[in-house]
Ligand binder design. Structure first.
Ligand SMILES: CC(C)(COP(=O)(O)OP(=O)(O)OC[C@H]1O[C@@H](n2cnc3c(N)ncnc32)[C@H](O)[C@@H]1OP(=O)(O)O)[C@@H](O)C(=O)NCCC(=O)NCCS
Length: 150
């Protein structure tokens, strides 16, 4: 079945929110799904759409100093391990590069071992930043340089 990775619409993210556990399990991250990000950073917010619905998505943007930052990425529970997460990051990278990104960045909670393994597999450096989310609230920070396109 064909999967298209395309810019996300607000209605796509509303659909994701309705099926939230399929993407995030027991963790409730609904409040992080800011629709304003999708409205204002449309070309770097992506959904992977197939005949059976939204298989995965990514919400990201490029900062003024050239960091392609992914705020959220998730693939649906029945699509994991098929390369879709990698493909979403790849599509984001190309979109971010067009906007002048020279590095990539994302964060995850220190307990999210799957996310750490996934991002390391994609070539990111991972380090724990102790007070990233406020005093005593560490996060894992992923970074990767983004060379100019050949
Ligand atoms: C993390 C997540 C996005 C990965 O998506 P995915 O579609 O399963 O990833 P892919 O199939 O593209 O995997 C890419 C590589 O990462 C590795 N990988 C992915 N998840 C992994 C895991 N849990 N443990 C170890 N390795 C993992 C794969 O083995 C693969 O390596 P390879 O290309 O060398 O074979 C997905 O598991 C998910 O949605 N998790 C819940 C939401 C979440 O935690 N998001 C990240 C926090 S921001």
């Amino acid at each position: 079945m064909a999967v298209d990775i395309i810019p996300a619409q607000v209605t796509d993210i509303q659909q994701v929110l309705a099926d939230h556990p399929r993407y995030w399990g027991d963790r409730d991250l609904r409040s992080l799904h800011l629709l304003a990000l999708v409205r204002e950073f449309g070309s770097t917010c992506l959904v992977a759409r197939a005949d059976d619905g939204i298989r995965g998505y990514l919400i990201g943007f490029v900062t003024p100093d050239g960091t392609g930052y992914v705020h959220l990425i998730a693939t649906r529970d029945d699509t994991r391990g098929t390369g879709l997460g990698r493909a979403l990051w790849g599509a984001f990278t190309e979109a971010a590069r067009k906007q002048g990104a020279v590095r990539l960045k994302a964060i995850t909670s220190v307990t999210n071992e799957g996310s750490v393994a996934f991002h390391r597999g994609l070539g990111f450096e991972a380090h724990v930043e102790d007070d990233y989310d406020g005093p005593g609230r560490p996060m894992v920070v992923f970074t990767r340089a983004l060379p100019a396109a050949p």
